[in-house]
Design a protein around this ligand. Structure first.
Ligand code: ATP
Ligand code: MG
Ligand code: MG
Length: 582
């Protein structure tokens, strides 16, 4: 039973299994714990864990933690939680490149003994400069011809803390004239007097990512090391170092194109800047494209996985339309999110004949309608979801209700299907047909209240002798609950949406800002969140954090997992109801 997905990675794996090159597939997801995972990582997670699942293999979660100053335990914890939340299991325990520091050190000594590595005392600038390129010839380091014994002693000195940062590095000895700059004696170890979140103060030398990564892959027995295209140029060194250390079954690196989405940052460095500059409330701000942010925003894990499946895997660069992500999210919510009514922009409606009209509801309603009258409140029972088995809710219908201001217009535009003096009748969702008898205006001419009647025979029944077009949502004024509702726009503008004047103004106002800061200041959308005080039906206030809803005729919303409570409900807009993507 071969999987249907047929991208080039899966094709390679299928071929490797068919040819007997591998009997088992082992992949890995290797994040650096220097920030929270984002939507780009979701693609990599779905690919690495996904192929492992499909081909009966396994996937390791390995922290590539070779850069202690940028890394923290908090990031390790968040990354584990995010991968689990996305629905994936890693093989055995979590791995850490830092747990291989002893091995990595032994292999470095082995390389020195083989004549494949040397300690260099040039400054970082000299090393860069002497690598040549762009028309300049390369220059060999004076230490390149040192003996094995000299190098062993110098490397030991590095390890024992004799050197300050930048005074000595260990370099692979390959070819200073190689066409690929990454092969011109790359640095594989550096001095760093820094504490590590896993190994504490045991080490004052740390391996470079390009050295630690292939060897960690090889040591774990990874068969397919899948990464993004920017590592293509690093593959020759990947293969070189695995071969020099002498692994019998070397892992192979394959590159795919990274995910880019419009209006969306896929760089931990810049996302961190948004957090550090307090542009957002944290890594889990619902506007953030981090997994933590998207979870709090109400994106279901299933929707993110569906999105990754739809965009597929290839080597072609491109920018995915943000609406395609929303499409996948909406699809999942459509089938699962309970319905509820919430009025975001309340207009009071007094139903003049309420008591008489509902008194007789038992005789006049349709048999399929479930209702009970209790102390002047008509409780209407409705399923939480039209198809899914989400249970039922009771909606209180009372003499005073709220409808949305935009559902009544004194002078409606063409094609308007809701209430106006010319079209005074409309169906209240889940309830009666309402007729506006009078509208009350304030001194500015704004409508502040409607006086209306309901047709007693229309609970579940069509009105007699006339057609009523349109249905609107409503909430009981006496039993509705006041709620904080957050509406979102893109957090960031695209380059084309920012005027030159704006950029110039920001620059003059922030003369000392670095490039990343300027980037953030110019790109942030000042209207990315709008907070509204809404009235919601009581069943919505009863929600638990992370419960997701369709507020009928509005949008999908989630009860905020941090701030929501029944007393003070807080909802985040997840995504609109309509599909903007064709
Ligand atoms: P960032 O630039 O955001 O820090 P990174 O690649 O440095 O990203 P890592 O933690 O090293 O972050 O990434 C772990 C894995 O996720 C890598 O294999 C990397 O290739 C992959 N990855 C990162 N960003 C994307 C993306 N936008 N699309 C697909 N895969 C990605
Ligand atoms: Mg990285
Ligand atoms: Mg990075």
């Amino acid at each position: 039973d071969l999987p249907e997905k047929n991208d080039f990675i899966r094709q390679i794996i299928r071929d490797d299994l068919a040819s007997g090159k591998h009997d088992n597939i082992l992949t890995r997801f290797p994040p650096e714990p220097n920030g929270y995972l984002h939507i780009g990582h979701v693609k990599s997670i779905c690919l690495n864990f996904g192929v492992a699942q499909e081909f009966g293999g396994a996937c390791n979660l390995r922290f590539d933690d070779t850069n202690p100053t940028a890394e923290k335990q908090d990031y390790v914890d968040s990354i584990k939680a995010d991968v689990e939340w996305l629905g994936f299991d890693w093989a055995g325990d979590v791995r850490y490149a830092s747990h291989y520091f002893d091995k990595l050190h032994e292999w470095a000594v082995q390389l020195i003994k083989q004549g494949d590595a040397y300690v260099d005392f040039q400054t970082p600038d000299e090393i860069r400069e002497h690598r040549g390129g762009f028309g300049k010839p390369s220059v060999e380091s004076p230490q390149r011809s040192a003996t094995v014994d000299e190098n062993l002693a110098r490397f030991d000195d590095m390890k024992n803390g004799k050197y300050k940062e930048g005074e000595a590095v260990l370099r692979a000895k390959i070819d200073m004239n190689h066409a690929n700059m990454n092969m011109r004696d790359p640095v594989i170890y550096r001095v760093m007097h820094a504490s590590h979140h896993q190994t504490g103060d045991t080490w004052c030398i740390y391996p470079m990512y390009d050295y630690a990564h292939p060897l960690s892959d090889a040591y774990e027995g990874i068969t397919h090391s899948i990464c993004t295209l920017e590592f293509e140029d690093h593959r020759p060194f990947y293969d070189w170092v695995v071969e020099k250390v002498g692994f019998e079954v070397p892992p192979c690196q394959y590159e795919f194109s990274r995910l880019n989405i419009d209006h969306t940052l896929t760089s931990k460095r810049k996302l961190k800047r948004l957090v550090d500059m307090s542009v957002v409330s944290g890594w889990d701000d619902p506007r953030m494209p981090t997994i933590a942010g998207m979870r709090r925003r109400g994106y279901p894990a299933e929707g993110l996985r569906d999105f990754c499946e739809r965009i597929g895997v290839s080597k072609a660069d491109g920018v995915v339309d943000f609406r395609q992500l929303e499409f996948s999210i909406r699809n999942v919510l459509e089938n699962t999110a309970s319905r509820g009514m919430a009025v975001l922009n309340p207009l009071k409606v007094t139903i003049a004949n309420f008591d008489e009209a509902v008194a007789d509801f038992e005789h006049l309603k349709k048999d399929t309608v479930k209702a009970r009258l209790d102390n002047g409140v008509l409780w209407l029972t409705q399923p939480k979801h039209p198809q899914a088995d989400n249970g039922e809710r009771e909606i209180p219908f009372t003499k005073t209700i709220y409808i949305d201001k935009s559902d009544f217009e004194i002078t409606p535009p063409d094609g308007y299907k809701r209430l106006s003096p010319e079209n005074p009748e409309i169906r209240l969702r889940n309830s009666y047909v309402l007729k506006v008898e009078e509208h009350i205006m304030d001194a500015n001419g704004d409508v502040v209240e409607l006086v209306a009647t309901i047709d007693p025979k229309t609970l579940g029944n069509n009105p007699e002798g006339r057609k009523v077009k349109g249905v609107i949502h409503w909430v009981s004024a006496s039993h509705g609950v006041s709620a904080t509702v957050r509406l979102y726009e893109h957090l960031l503008f695209e380059d084309g949406e920012i005027s030159d004047e704006h950029i110039a103004t920001v620059k003059t106002q922030n003369p000392d800002a670095d490039d990343d800061t300027l980037w953030v200041l110019t790109h942030v959308n000042p209207n990315s969140v709008k907070v509204v005080n809404a009235i919601v039906e009581p069943s919505l206030a009863q929600a638990k954090g992370d419960d997701k809803f369709q507020f009928e005729r509005e949008s999908y919303f989630v009860a905020d997992s941090v701030e929501h409570s029944t007393d003070k409900p807080v909802f985040n807009q997840i995504v609109g109801l309509k599909d903007g993507f064709k």
